[in-house]
Design a protein around this ligand. Structure first.
Ligand SMILES: *Cc1c(COP(=O)(O)O)cnc(C)c1O
Length: 413
C-alpha cells in the first residue's frame, strides 16, 4: 500500500476513514468530525463553523462550553470523579433533592441515577415487575432506547426484530388514541409507558387529555404510569417536564439527555412512598450510578436553567420559531410540530434528508428525523437571531434539496 495521502492528515476524510476501520458501524458513516463548540455553535476539524440545531440530540441543554458547566465539572473532577455506591457525595444527594423539587414529587419520592436514557427505562421496567405483573403497554411510534428491555418498548420493527425474542407481554397502541389505551390496559398491566412528545417520531405531541386519560386508566387497574421524559425533560418543552402541562402526577418518570448537559447521566424518579418502596436494597444497581462528576454536571445544568430563566426563554424561542416558519408561507412547508425547543418542521414531500445535507453545506446542523420532517432540538440557550439565521436560509435549502432530488430522478434509468 502506498504511503502517499491524497488528503492531508487529520482532514475530515482521513479521520472518517480511520473511524470506519476502528468502530463498529452501527452509526453509519458520521457526517462530520467536530472539534470544539461554543454556545450554539460547533466547528469541524477544517475550521468550518455550524449553527448546532441538533444539540447532541437534545443533550447540550446549556450549549457547548458553558462557563457554569465547565467550572462545575472541572472543580469536581479535581476533587473526586467517582467513588462507587458504597459511598455517597454531597453533590449526589443535592442533585436528587433538586430533581424531586422541580418534578413536584411528593414526600416519599425517590431517585435512582442511571448512565443513559435506556438504563433509566430499564429501571422503570424492573420497577414495574415489582407490581407482580408483567404486562407493558407503550405507544406506536415510541422510542425508549436500545438495550434489550427498553428495546421491547421501542416501536420501530427494524430496531427490534434482529434481536427477537425480547421481553414478552408488550403491547403497542396507537398514540393519542384514548379508546385504544382503555382497551389495552387490564389488571395484568404492570405499567403504561408514554412520552409526552415523541421525539424520535418527529416531535409528535401527546394531547394533555390523553395523558390524563392514561393516568385515570392506570389508576383504575392498579398499573403504574411511567412517563419517559428522557428527551422532553429538563426544560426542553418550556416546562421542567413534559407531563407537567397536563396536570397529572405520574408514578415514575425517566430522565437522561438534558440532565447532564453533555455528561452521561440518567435517572428514574419514583413518585410517592408506595412506588418508591417497590425497589428495595439489593434489587437494582449500577457502578457509575450518579457519581460525583455527573452529579456536579447535573446540578450546574439545573441551577443555570433557573439563573438564566431558560424555561421562559425556551417557551418564547419555540413560539418564535413557529411564527417565523409560518411567516415564510412556503408552499413546501406543512407546518411546525412539537413544544418548546423540541420541534419538527414538517415538509409536504420527502425532502428532509436533502434539506439536512444542504443545511450542513450551508453551516447548519439539523436532523432529518423522518423522510418529511426536520427535527430541531437546539441548546436551550439558542437565541432568536440564531434561529432566524436558519429560518431565513430554509427556502434556499429546500430549493437545493428539490433540485438534487429532481436531478437524481432524471439520472435513474
Ligand atoms: C433518547 C431516548 C431514550 C434512550 O436514551 P439513550 O441515552 O440513548 O439510551 C429513551 N427514551 C426517549 C424518549 C429518548 O428520546
Amino acid at each position: 500500500m502506498s504511503a502517499t495521502h491524497d488528503v492531508p492528515p487529520n482532514s475530515q476524510d482521513e479521520l472518517l476513514d480511520r473511524y470506519s476501520h476502528s468502530l463498529i458501524p452501527v452509526f453509519g458513516r458520521p457526517q462530520l468530525v467536530l472539534e470544539r463548540g461554543d454556545g450554539a455553535w460547533v466547528w469541524d476539524t477544517d475550521g468550518k463553523r455550524y449553527l448546532d440545531l441538533v444539540g447532541g440530540i437534545a443533550v447540550n441543554a446549556l450549549g457547548h462550553n458553558h462557563p457554569a458547566l465547565v467550572a462545575a465539572v472541572s472543580k469536581q473532577v479535581a476533587e473526586m470523579a467517582h467513588i462507587s455506591n458504597f459511598y455517597t457525595s454531597r453533590v449526589q444527594v443535592e442533585l436528587a433533592e433538586q430533581v424531586l423539587r422541580i418534578a413536584g414529587a411528593p414526600e416519599g419520592s425517590g431517585v435512582f441515577f442511571a448512565n443513559s436514557g435506556a438504563e433509566a427505562v430499564e429501571g422503570a421496567i424492573k420497577l414495574s415487575r415489582r407490581t407482580g405483573r408483567t404486562g407493558l403497554v407503550a405507544a406506536e411510534g415510541a422510542f425508549h432506547g436500545r438495550t434489550t428491555g427498553a428495546l421491547a418498548l421501542t416501536h420501530k420493527a427494524a430496531y427490534r426484530e434482529p434481536f427477537a425474542p425480547l421481553i414478552p407481554d408488550v403491547t403497542h397502541v396507537p398514540y393519542n388514541d384514548i379508546e385504544a389505551l382503555r382497551a389495552a390496559v387490564t389488571t395484568e398491566t404492570a405499567a403504561v409507558v408514554l412520552e409526552p412528545v415523541q421525539g424520535e417520531a418527529g416531535a409528535v405531541v401527546a394531547d394533555p387529555a390523553y395523558l390524563r386519560a392514561a393516568r385515570e386508566v392506570t389508576t383504575a387497574v392498579g398499573a403504574l404510569l411511567v412517563i419517559d421524559e428522557v428527551q422532553t425533560g429538563i426544560g426542553r418543552t418550556g416546562d421542567w417536564f413534559g407531563f407537567q402541562e397536563s396536570g397529572i402526577v405520574p408514578d415514575a418518570i425517566t430522565l437522561a439527555k438534558g440532565l447532564g448537559g453533555g455528561l452521561p447521566i440518567g435517572a428514574l424518579v419514583t413518585f410517592g412512598p408506595g412506588v418508591t418502596g417497590l425497589l428495595t436494597a439489593g434489587q437494582h444497581g449500577s457502578t457509575f450510578s450518579g457519581n460525583p462528576l455527573v452529579a456536579a454536571a447535573g446540578l450546574s445544568v439545573l441551577s443555570t436553567i433557573e439563573a438564566e430563566g431558560l424555561l421562559d426563554h425556551v417557551q418564547a424561542m419555540g413560539e418564535h420559531l413557529v411564527a417565523a416558519v409560518a411567516a415564510l408561507d412556503h408552499p413546501d412547508v406543512a407546518g411546525v410540530r412539537g413544544r418548546g425547543l423540541l420541534r419538527a418542521i414538517v415538509l409536504r414531500s420527502d425532502l428532509s434528508a436533502g434539506v439536512a445535507a444542504a443545511a450542513r453545506d450551508a453551516g447548519f446542523l439539523v436532523n432529518a428525523v423522518a423522510p418529511d420532517a426536520i427535527r430541531l432540538v437546539p441548546p436551550l440557550v439558542v437565541t432568536r437571531d440564531e434561529l432566524d439565521l436558519f429560518v431565513a436560509a430554509l427556502p434556499a435549502l429546500i430549493a437545493t434539496a428539490t433540485t438534487s432530488a429532481t436531478a437524481a430522478k432524471e439520472h435513474t434509468p
